[in-house]
Design a protein around this ligand. Structure first.
Ligand code: XMP
Length: 319
């Protein structure tokens, strides 16, 4: 794309002019915005950039490994992969209130980010994937009135506290343009087209108390579900799809025996901006095949629901 090629060059010059020979840190979430920001910065200033990727233990199956591998191998950027699973999961033990979950995760995220950022000597800038719509409005969601869609990753208030200046190369762009820029920068199409993923991650897809056992089941069920959607060529028709694990066990039968296992809920919606959403109309065959696969492939699940609730009255996430 000619326009994006020109924009890329222009941004690289601007970043170099702003940053000079100083060090920059960038929080990498694995989402499109922070990824494009990091790659653009890396092209502009190379090893003056250090990225920090925090694994809070609430990511999708193999996601942390895949993101880290891609950035280390394909882009060769300086990346601190912070394994903080225990810190987050221990803090979340016994927590079932959705707001408390979000606050716990948000606060720890800032602490952890600051801890790693402090180790980068001479850092004077913080790079963020702020988009134009984030600049003109701060959107908050019904699931979490105090948390905006970005607040988990853009470590609000931290730049001032740490005395860092902001670098925000995507400030003039809309989401579609960021995707085009990502394409221009060589990000794989499958990565650019990924469904949105919330900062608190699987925590809000595990209503009630979070346990390591439930998270492991949820990750596997979600992976099978998304695999089904991709195999049936439906991924790009859906705005967001995921599995959730319900806070209950139910009775089932398997062979001659009785089972007493978790129930999984599948969600898939179409939407323009996430503010309203419609349920995706899967065929009965698709749902039935997916149910069979999940129960056969994921130990600990004996029942599958499909969530038919639109937004409103439901939210997209479970919490
Ligand atoms: P809801 O559940 O409010 O979700 O209908 C609308 C969109 O926002 C995402 N979402 C979040 N993203 N932190 C985030 O970064 C959050 O706390 C949060 N809550 C919801 C959700 O995935 C959907 O795309």
């Amino acid at each position: 794309d000619w326009n994006m090629g020109a924009y890329r060059e222009e941004m690289i010059e601007k970043i170099r002019a702003q940053v000079g020979d100083k060090q920059v840190i960038c929080g990498l979430s694995g989402g499109v915005d922070s990824s494009v920001t990091a790659i653009l910065l890396h092209e502009a200033i190379g090893d003056q950039l250090t990225c920090v990727f925090v694994d809070h233990g609430l990511l999708r199956l193999n996601e942390a490994e895949e993101v880290v591998k891609m950035f280390r191998e394909s882009y060769n950027l300086k990346l601190i992969a912070a394994d903080e699973k225990d810190l987050f999961l221990n803090a979340l033990e016994g927590v079932s209130d959705p707001e408390v979950k979000r606050k716990t995760i948000g606060k720890l995220f800032i602490d952890v980010f600051q801890k790693y950022a402090d180790q980068i000597e001479g850092a004077q800038f913080l790079a963020q994937g702020t988009l134009y719509p984030d600049v003109i409005e701060s959107v908050s969601f019904s699931g979490g009135p105090s948390v905006t869609i970005k607040s988990h990753h853009n470590v609000g208030g931290l730049p001032e506290k740490m005395g860092l200046k902001l670098v925000e190369p995507l400030r003039e762009l809309f989401k579609d343009e960021v995707r085009a820029l990502g394409h221009e920068l060589g990000l794989p199409a499958s990565f650019i087209g990924r469904h949105p993923f919330p900062g608190p991650g699987l925590a809000i897809r595990c209503p009630g108390e979070i346990t390591r056992e439930k998270l492991a089941i949820l990750q596997k069920a979600d992976a099978v579900y998304i695999d089904q959607i991709r195999k049936h060529g439906l991924y790009d028709d859906i705005w967001q799809a995921f599995a959730a694990i319900l806070p209950m066990k139910t009775v089932g039968v398997m062979g001659d025996g009785r089972t007493y296992d978790f129930a999984v809920a599948l969600r898939a919606v179409t939407s323009v901006d996430g503010m309203t959403a419609d349920t995706y109309p899967f065929s009965h065959d698709f749902l039935s095949e997916t149910m069979t696969r999940i129960i056969n492939e994921v130990k600990g699940v004996n029942r599958v629901f499909y969530d038919v609730t639109s937004k409103p009255p439901g939210t997209i996430e479970m919490e």
